[in-house]
Design a protein around this ligand. Structure first.
Ligand code: ADP
Ligand code: ZN
Length: 763
């Protein structure tokens, strides 16, 4: 390893402060042996830790060892030469860790790309990684791709293909040969000849092999913005030059929010700045990636769970080196090392999947605001149904507001018909969830060659099974939830721990008779529809049918090509799909999400219903929505019928004000679990005692609610209790939460506990 990288630091301190992936909210000091270069801040090192070797991140170079520590261990090896985290990103991650009271080492591990395989192997075998350089290169072979950039304007004659290539390259700045193949024959040859004439420069680079890039995409022609879009674009463009700011782009479904994102990101690029686009579920948004590739070409890092570790590491490196300027992905893309960040877009900012629900429990939308703020970037929160918190802040002018009030195309929002399930029984099919009005709407839709999307938020054939003789319900042995029947797979499954068991011919409890399915899931509904509406082609989209990005894309492609007439599915069908042939959307049971033990249940329901309704009538023909419910007068449902966000927002805000819920109060959840119920309860009691003894609680500034058994009282064979801290005062709330985090660090015997700041899930 060359020494010049570390020149000038040799004489300085010989200690490093390291963050380790251990469940302790503290940092550790190690000595750097003489002769080893001082690892820079933000780089990874291997260190000995209680008999193991761990990989940590260097946070600083203290002058001296901490007082009172007798023997300081030495760093075992350096992992990489260049810091994996640059200072700005590292600083942001430290702040995020602090905000969520989460161990910083775990945050850094969650954010960094996986280590090269060789590094891990060497670590496992107890080897020393003296030479980080050998491990910093690409880990597994990748595809290389030729990129062309403009070099000079032609003086002589150029052929037709050459002209096309030159025009594209001039327009984009850089185009891959793979993309050019969509436009000209023998793209490589054309590019080579142009390069020989000095009209292009070419560069061979590694690119990730990736399902999102398997098909070439033709460049699009940006549409002329509508007046509302133009106003939003201009405002956001101005903001790019004015330092950090947060904006809510509140636009109804189909109003052209994506077009605004594209334009703003293009403006950022024109200023040499990078961009980050966060979406709720990247696997569900192949179409969105498509649109970004059509506008910006393939120089995009698409971060999704199907990437191999190598692909992820390459994407990280491409961004880190400034070769890629745009990262697109779900919540964890928040940590992508985009250089010179100009804009972060959070699409569907209200979506609960931006909240990570295990380990480092962060909210990507909230942290996007923080990251943009620290980077002097513009944060754009887009939604048709903004979260109550975000819209509240916009109304108070803490967040700038741009509104797109109508659809970008001439289409109006679809008409919504409410079907009261208390009054409407089964239609001609005899199935209780296919009422007469829904049945007729489906018939009409199919007769008009339209397509339908039916939303039912329950997977499987039937959500539970009961014995009609003894009343026993089939339950998961490890969780306090009922097992779902999956008839195709011939199993009963727990949707929480994935326990599976064969369907028994008779009740396991009394043995008298077989179990009866209770209720209907997507699989059951699919079967009924295929029978009743034959020969219509019925398909299903849920987590059982979609194992990975490609499966989702193929279902959506088939739907787009008209090969599917009726698509049945869970929440997966509600997300931003833009399928022009869909003229009917049916919501089978709107009440499901209202039944959740959660103060946001009403908000979620309104958002879900608005989202799914927005899938209808995006093409030439008017859309219609049939919404079946037991509670037609509930504000979430009545307001969704009228696409009336404003009225829903006001009603919801008043309800929250009374109960001191967000945005009026803040919450911290503390969850405790143990294999033994009594131990879990005791640990929860101990934490509650500590919380109640805190001055902020004694003064009544912070309310301590509970402990109480969690809504799912037993999960994966552990008993769960929950304690809530609530306060309108952030500082006071944090002080109590921190005291509990410290108490948790002291240990709770066999019980485990974690702190969840701004919890989203109430489970
Ligand atoms: P949203 O993200 O708000 O749901 P999209 O950006 O997907 O909306 O736009 C909905 C549809 O309208 C898309 O088919 C898009 O191509 C089209 N569209 C967007 N902006 C315009 C425009 N200015 N002129 C014409 N069509 C547009
Ligand atoms: Zn289970």
């Amino acid at each position: 390893m060359s020494d010049d990288l570390f020149a000038g630091t040799e004489a300085a301190a010989r200690f490093v402060e390291v963050a380790l992936p251990v469940p302790l909210r503290r940092r550790f000091t190690y000595r750097v042996p003489a002769g080893t270069p001082l690892p820079p801040v933000g780089s990874r090192v291997a260190v000995p830790f209680s008999g193991r070797k761990l990989v940590g991140v260097v946070l600083g170079h203290p002058e001296a060892a901490p007082e009172g520590v007798k023997r300081i261990k030495s760093v075992a090896g350096l992992i990489e030469r260049d810091p994996v985290f640059e200072p700005e990103l590292l600083q942001f991650l430290l702040e995020a860790a602090d905000y969520y009271l989460h161990p910083v080492g775990d945050v850094l591990r969650a954010a960094a790309p996986a280590l090269p395989t060789e590094a891990l192997r060497a670590l496992r075998q107890g080897g020393f990684l003296e030479d980080g350089e050998a491990l910093a290169g690409p880990v597994v072979a990748t595809r290389t791709e030729l990129f062309a950039r403009p070099a000079a304007t032609p003086e002589g004659r150029v052929g037709a293909s050459q002209q096309v290539v030159l025009a594209l390259v001039a327009e984009r700045g850089e185009v891959s040969v793979g993309e050019l193949r969509a436009h000209v024959k023998d793209a490589r040859g054309v590019v080579r000849r142009l390069a020989e004439r000095g009209l292009l420069t070419v560069e061979e680079r590694e690119v990730p092999t990736d399902p999102f890039f398997s098909q070439p995409v033709a460049p699009d022609r940006p549409p002329e913005p509508t007046d509302a879009q133009r106003e939003a674009i201009e405002r956001l463009t101005r903001a790019l030059d004015e330092g950090a700011s947060t904006h809510l782009l509140h636009g109804v479904t189909g109003s052209g929010k994506t077009e605004v994102y594209l334009r703003v990101i293009a403006e950022a690029r024109a200023r040499g700045r990078g961009a980050l686009l966060l979406v709720p579920e990247i696997a569900l948004t192949p179409q969105l990636v498509h649109r970004f590739r059509a506008r910006f070409g393939d120089g995009i890092a698409v971060l999704h769970s199907a990437l191999t570790q190598t692909q992820r590491a390459l994407a990280w490196r491409g961004l880190r080196r400034g070769e890629l300027h745009l990262a697109v992905g779900a919540r964890s893309a928040l940590f992508a090392p985009v250089q010179n960040l100009g804009v972060i877009v959070v699409d569907e900012e209200h979506d609960p999947s931006f909240k990570q629900e295990e380990g480092f429990r962060y909210h990507a939308r909230d942290m996007a605001i923080l990251r943009a703020h620290r980077a002097g970037a513009v944060c754009v929160l887009g939604s048709a149904t903004p979260s109550i918190e975000t819209r509240f802040r916009a109304d108070r002018e803490q967040v700038a507001l741009s509104v797109l009030p109508s659809r970008a195309t001439a289409r109006s929002l679809p008409d919504v018909e409410l079907v009261d399930l208390k009054r409407h029984g089964p239609g001609p099919s005899g199935h209780p969830l296919i009422t007469g009005p829904l049945h007729r709407a489906l018939e009409r839709c199919l007769a008009d060659q339209g397509q339908a999307i039916l939303f039912l938020n329950r997977r499987g054939f039937a959500p539970s099974l009961r014995c009609e003789m003894c009343g026993e319900v089939a339950e998961c042995p490890a969780c306090s939830v009922s097992l779902t029947e999956h008839r195709r797979a011939q199993v009963l499954r727990c949707h929480y721990c994935d326990y599976r068991t064969a369907i028994t011919p008779t009740c396991p409890s009394c043995g008298l008779r077989g179990l009866t399915p209770i209720g209907t899931g997507t699989e059951g509904l699919e079967d009924v529809l295929a029978n009743v509406f034959a020969p219509a082609k019925v398909a299903r989209l849920d987590r059982d049918t979609a194992a990975g990005g490609r499966a989702v894309e193929s279902v959506l492609d088939r739907l787009r090509r008209g090969e599917i007439d009726v698509l049945v599915g869970t929440q997966m069908v509600t997300k931003g799909h833009d399928i022009p042939g869909v003229t009917l959307v049916g919501v089978i049971l709107a009440d499901q999400s209202l039944a959740f033990p959660d103060f946001r249940a009403s908000e979620r329901t309104f958002q879900l219903l608005s989202q799914v309704a927005g899938r209808a009538g995006r093409g030439e023909r008017e859309g219609k929505v049939v919404l079946q419910t037991f509670q037609p007068t509930h504000p979430a449902i009545a307001c969704a019928k009228h696409h009336d966000y404003g009225r829903f927002f006001q009603a919801e805000l008043e309800a929250r004000r009374e109960l001191e819920y967000a945005p009026f109060g803040r919450l911290v959840a503390v969850r405790v679990d143990a294999g033994d119920e009594r131990r879990a309860q005791e640990a929860a009691d101990r934490l509650a005692e500590r919380a109640r003894a805190h001055p902020a609680a004694r003064a009544g500034v912070v309310s301590i609610l509970g402990p109480a058994p969690a809504p799912i009282a037993r999960l994966r064979a552990r008993f769960r209790f929950r304690l809530m801290l609530r306060s309108p005062q952030r500082r006071a709330l944090r002080a109590v939460a921190r005291a509990l985090a410290d108490r948790i660090d002291e240990g709770l015997g066999s019980a485990r506990a974690h702190v969840d700041v701004d919890p989203v899930s109430m489970l």
